[in-house]
Design a protein around this ligand. Structure first.
Ligand code: TRP
Length: 384
């Protein structure tokens, strides 16, 4: 058990108050420097995505060499995924939002992986019907962010296994039991599906190179908790003749109840805004959310509040502040005491309700093409 100062971050557990600088050192990832961000801004036509601008993505692996290749005329693709264990909440959208931005700005293809198998193996309480049903629900939410149907493909693991398996066979032979054990710390009671699963999470990173019979660089925006999977992918990539995937890692967004991190297991439904929450529930959750406010109005007017610990500020930061100016203003008015928490919550709710309404419409449109985006078989000639 970790002590009060300690924390655990693995793909299957996030616990304790995460020290992100230490985590970067422990994982050995590279800092997302101002220089790299400036380069990305230039390539993207002068603007950075807020998730990059505001430091929610904070480390990477080999982003520089991916950009070198891009500038030399070698296009890459983006890849991210979702383990469908239940409804998505607004913070889950971050990685897909960033992928969509890359697609829009640089015209790159996107591969989404929906891991209905992973969640069936790693969450004992879920049935197959549930992981498949959530897989579809989550996929509609993801595609609704505005992906281009012509450049977006989906691996829905149980449906796409014929497409994934020829490569998974090769990947699995390169990954040893002891490295899986070392990276994920699985308990002796873990089922063997879970042990194999990491091979399937690697496959999309190599798939375009395999299908196109040429080296296609891959960029994976993901939570830093997913890094262990991709350390394995990177270790084996060159042995199979594929480029090591590059990664962009985000911090975990804090929950509404004010815990240090949104736990990946057993998260309380009150801790996040789920995309299937009705407006009344959204309203209640925001009104009850933990803030950095003071005990009394008088004190807050005099001393200001602390945005750094506030879950409402975290929502503004991670998605709802529509511009850097707005974000700066909200932060200043919070710190100075000019804006009280109730007012801030009211303003946020306007943004959130608008987002939910627009998202619902986009989701209906996404339903019409989701099925056709699923990859169901291997590329011609590569059936083995
Ligand atoms: N393992 C991830 C989860 O539990 C799902 C996933 C699959 C993923 N492929 C990915 C996440 C690529 C990020 C990037 O949600």
């Amino acid at each position: 058990m970790p002590g009060p100062e300690e924390f655990v971050v693995t793909p299957y557990e996030v616990r304790g108050r995460v020290d992100y600088d230490r985590l970067r050192e422990m994982f050995g990832t590279q800092e997302l420097t101002a220089e790299l961000l400036a380069r990305l801004r230039r390539l993207a036509g002068g603007q950075l995505h807020p998730l990059l601008e505001r430091g929610i993505y904070y480390t990477h692996r080999d982003l520089g060499s991916l950009l070198d290749a891009y500038e030399a005329g070698r296009p890459f693709f983006v890849y991210s995924g979702r383990g469908p264990s239940g409804p998505l909440h607004t913070s889950h959208l971050a990685h897909f939002e960033l992928c969509r931005w890359f697609q829009e700005r640089l015209g790159v293809p996107m591969y989404v992986q929906i891991t209905d198998d992973e969640k069936f193996w790693s969450r004992g309480g879920l049935t197959r019907e549930e992981t498949v049903r959530w897989g579809w629900e989550n996929l509609y939410d993801i595609l609704a962010l505005g992906f281009d149907p012509k450049r977006t493909r989906v691996f829905f693991d149980s449906r796409s296994i014929a497409a994934l398996y020829p490569l998974a066979i090769r990947v699995a032979r390169k990954i040893t039991y002891s490295s899986v054990k070392a990276v994920f710390g699985l308990e002796p009671s873990a089922n063997i599906g879970w042990i194999f699963y990491t091979a399937l999470q690697t496959v999309p990173a190599f798939w375009p190179s395999w299908a196109e019979r040429t080296s296609v660089p891959c960029l994976i925006p993901c939570g830093i908790d997913q890094d262990p999977h991709f350390r394995l992918s990177r270790d084996i990539a060159e042995g199979l003749g594929y480029p090591k995937p590059s990664l962009l890692h985000s911090r975990m967004v804090p929950g509404l109840l004010g815990e240090a991190a949104m736990s990946t297991t057993g998260a309380s439904p009150e801790n996040a805004l789920f995309l299937n929450d009705p407006p009344k529930v959204v309203e209640r959750k925001v009104r009850n959310a933990f803030t950095g406010g003071r005990a009394t109005v008088e004190e807050q007017r005099r001393l200001g509040a602390d945005p750094e610990v506030c879950s409402v500020w975290a929502l503004w930061k991670s998605r709802f502040a529509e511009s850097e100016d707005r974000f700066r203003k909200i932060t200043e008015d919070c710190r100075s005491g000019a804006m009280l928490c109730g007012e801030c919550k009211g303003l946020l709710l306007e943004r959130v309700h608008r987002f939910y309404t627009e998202h619902a419409a986009a989701r209906e449109r996404a339903k019409s093409w989701a099925e056709s985006a699923i990859v169901t078989g291997p590329p011609a000639g590569l059936e083995l």
